[in-house]
Design a protein around this ligand. Sequence first.
Ligand SMILES: Cc1ncc(COP(=O)(O)O)c(C=O)c1O
Length: 391
Amino acid sequence: MNTYSPLPVSFTHGQAAELFTSDGRSFLDGLSGIAVTNLGHAHPRVTAAITEQTSKLLHCSNLYRIDLQERVGEELTRRAGMERVFFSNSGAEANEAAIKLARLHAHQRGISRPQIIVLEGAFHGRTLAALSATGNSKIQAGFGPLVEGFLRAPRNDLKALHEFAQRHSDIAALMLEPVQGESGIHPLDLDYLSAAAALCKEKGWLLIFDEVQSGNGRTGSYFYYQQTSITPDIVSTAKALGNGVPIGACLARGEAAQTFAPGHHGSTYGGNPLACAAAGAVLESLAAEQLQERAQPLGQLIESSFRQALNHQDAVSQYRRAGLMIGIELKHDCGALVAQALEAGLLINVTAGRTIRLLPPLVMTDDQGRQLGETLASVVDHWLTSEAGIA
Ligand SMILES: Cc1ncc(COP(=O)(O)O)c(C=O)c1O
């Protein structure tokens, strides 16, 4: 269906941080399929694991034990500091699981119409409950009635959370992305996150972190919250968990981990052997190659290369970054840059109108990082000087 507006290029294969077309052109990948191929394209360990798995067993229903799923589940919960995991196929579904879990937890405590506080600028996915939790009226338009049971607060606004606490006795959870991705890479204030976590504890609300985009090594630790003093009750992830093979996960600890019982939730494909072979290889590679250590220095290198090459222009209103989640907010809407960067051999994204979003793979070399920053700066420079009335 007519749901995308694809750019006029099609790739036949990729290698680490590069993508190639059939006519021999190569492109530097500054986007990783929107934070999916964190280990780069054709990563040998992932390729070997899924190749081997395809010749043994692609799928097996969750009606039976799946050893590989159990092993990957144990490793993932250990890395996350969680206790249990439910496997899904996507980020939206991981969030659906988190929302259902929070509602059930509340029902079990006598709250018959539980509400979940969500934030302005949030993006949680396109399925109906995830869309309802999302804080973007543009992508919600036309799909009403939305799912009820969400209260919306501005981001970084602790007072708004306290006001909800005073006015509502039926709050089940606070759900947020610790680094908002789609709205333009906004890491939430650490003071806000700590105070919000303390309020959740005091009120008995579950704290749900959506780390679909920020997870799996992208910001310098397995999950972003591991760089803070906060551990949520529930965390959702997907995207880079399978480096391109669809798999998502909803992890929980404490009471939240004990909430679901057989029959409460399920998925035909969720956590099947093929997906778990990919996720197992991703977890192994991150540990063996220490790839998440690349996120901070490489992110810094890309940003500083860009800054230096563009320092003669007054075009940027703010740089925001968490590891390899890089947001460069310009003073003007700049959607046109995506096609111009492509012409220059770069894959980038523009989100929220005027924020260039870069999500390069952890395997990008320093030389490629410099090239990404400098080439992007020259694309922006050219755009500024050619766009009538802007420069
Ligand atoms: C933070 C966040 N949550 C949820 C989603 C939805 O994930 P999916 O597209 O796999 O359903 C995304 C996708 O961009 C995301 O960035």
